[in-house]
Design a protein around this ligand. Structure first.
Ligand code: NDP
Length: 267
């Protein structure tokens, strides 16, 4: 799908990957970009920093408030002339083992990472189907392809996105709907600082792997390329991408590597 003159809605646009995507879409000639997140001051900053000249609409949204998400989806579809590309990017990660983590933390991560995305997608999809055109982008992770230590709920939520969006694609390809699942490895953002620990508090620590990861700007360019080429699923990052290959062809080797990591407590 072409990006020029399109209306794009990005959740989690107040930092990291969502912020980089906002700038990349603007530079690529998007006509209108709706940016969402909970921190309005950060959304204002992104709007003021944004290059190019798209119309930027700030739409504050907590994706864990599912009724509000449904209402926002319907409102934006009705008032903004229809969303061409919805980027479901908002998400929180996790640092805590299954043994130590309370069920409330698991539910919180599912509410943000999975049900938030589902609620918004369901609100926007009917308009896309009526127009017989639209692209849904879901921010998964390499943790959506393999279960990673200290990220059980996060891995579960990201795996769930694959089931949901693969089924949605199968049901709606004949309606002109495209679906792209993005699986990044380590990207240099605040994701590990914002991750929930076993008590549901912010982990507050920049992981070494994150610090040394790919820039969000490079990932954003790869995502735009995948949108233009209408790819279905992409893996982006450094050598951690090999995990997807190992999982498919040598699952025992990957299980061994991850078990070693689980035993060491490494993030
Ligand atoms: P950041 O922590 O920088 O960004 C997370 C974004 O999600 C923020 O804009 C935040 O906005 C938003 N967000 C979090 N909770 C909510 C909520 N309840 N309602 C609305 N918005 C929310 O991390 P990244 O940019 O790295 O993360 C973006 C996505 O990329 C996530 O889905 C993450 O899982 C995924 N990802 C990241 C990887 C990485 O290595 N960085 C690797 C693989 C996937 P606000 O706080 O203003 O609400």
């Amino acid at each position: 799908m072409q990006i020029k003159n399109k209306t794009i809605w990005i959740t989690g646009a107040s930092s990291g990957i969502g912020e980089a995507l906002t700038y990349a879409f603007a530079e690529a000639g998007a006509a209108k970009i709706i940016i969402s997140g909970r921190r309005v001051a950060e959304l204002e900053r992104v709007k003021n920093t944004c290059p190019g000249n798209p119309e930027i609409i700030i739409r504050p949204l907590d994706v864990a408030e599912h009724d509000a998400v449904t209402a926002a989806g319907k409102e934006v579809e009705a008032t903004q002339g229809g969303v061409d590309i919805l980027v479901n990017n908002a998400g929180i990660s996790q640092r805590g083992t299954v043994l130590e983590t309370g069920l409330e933390v698991d539910k919180r991560i599912m509410d943000v990472d999975f049900f938030g995305t589902v609620a918004l997608t369901k609100a926007v999809l009917p308009g896309m189907v009526a127009r017989r055109s639209g692209m849904l982008v879901a921010m998964s992770s390499l943790s959506g392809k393999m279960g990673v230590p200290q990220r059980s709920a996060y891995s579960a939520a990201k795996h769930a996105l694959h089931g949901f969006f693969d089924a949605l694609r199968a049901e709606n390809t004949h309606h002109g709907i495209k679906v792209l699942l993005v699986c990044p490895g380590y990207i240099r953002t605040d994701i590990s600082k914002n991750a929930l620990d076993s008590d549901g508090k912010k982990a507050g620590k920049m992981d070494e792997n994150q610090e040394n990861g790919m820039s969000p700007e490079e990932l954003a360019q790869r995502i735009l390329q995948a949108i233009r080429k209408e790819e279905r699923e992409i893996y982006v990052g450094g050598k951690e991408k090999l995990g997807v290959f190992l999982k498919r062809f040598f699952p025992g080797i990957l299980a061994g590597i991850l078990a070693k990591r689980g035993a060491s407590g490494e993030n």
